[in-house]
Design a binder for this molecule. Sequence first.
Ligand code: C5P
Length: 230
Amino acid sequence: MTSPLLVALDVRRAEEAVRLARLLAGKVAGFKVGLGLLHGPGPGVVGAVARLGPVFADAKLHDIPSQVQAAARRLGEYGARWVTAHASGGVEMLRAAAAGLEAGAGGRAAGILAVTVLTSIDEAAAGALFGRSPGELTSRLARRAAEAEVEGVICSPKELRVVAEVAPGLLRVTPGIRAAGTAAHDQRRISTPTEAVARGADLLVVGRPIIESPDPVAAVERLHAELAGR
Ligand code: C5P
């Protein structure tokens, strides 16, 4: 089985991120470098981890197109395989992000993942902020992502079906994954890996259940076994 797991390296220090990536290299689909690392040790972490596997730079870009293009280009130069940008920045911004990343990647495979609705935005927050449900917002934003022809969409496990309907050609990446019967942490709308794949997820972002495990390799193997129905 090819692993669908992207391991969120949500740690403070670059050395710790590289240590975890080294441990899990070749066993998972890639590694997520998030805002804490990008703004702390800096984007050099992307380069260090990219030597060990595909990197998903979760920069969540959202600015005018020229700024987003410049940032995505830099992340591509550091070796990012995927870069995230908020779909709410609009089609032109998403296209600029993709153009920047492609230029930075210089011929390597690289693509933008459009963030739809953060999983921390629940029904009440979505209503208060935008007057719509998370599902309706996700549907609108995923349509824009498809129009911009980005590589994929990030969405909660609960919104996988709506994304598959409105943006069938795009890669579906989902956080909020917990093995049956394990700690939910601050994840609200969670799903087991098997459920998420059954709903159409292509890649699963998993952090704490792996990186906080005393044995991250065993944690990955347990998730793979669960996915294989063992
Ligand atoms: O919860 P876990 O540690 O598996 O989180 C992995 C990734 O999922 C985080 O890096 C974050 O991007 C995302 N996440 C989320 N919503 C939360 C918590 C985490 O989308 N409430």
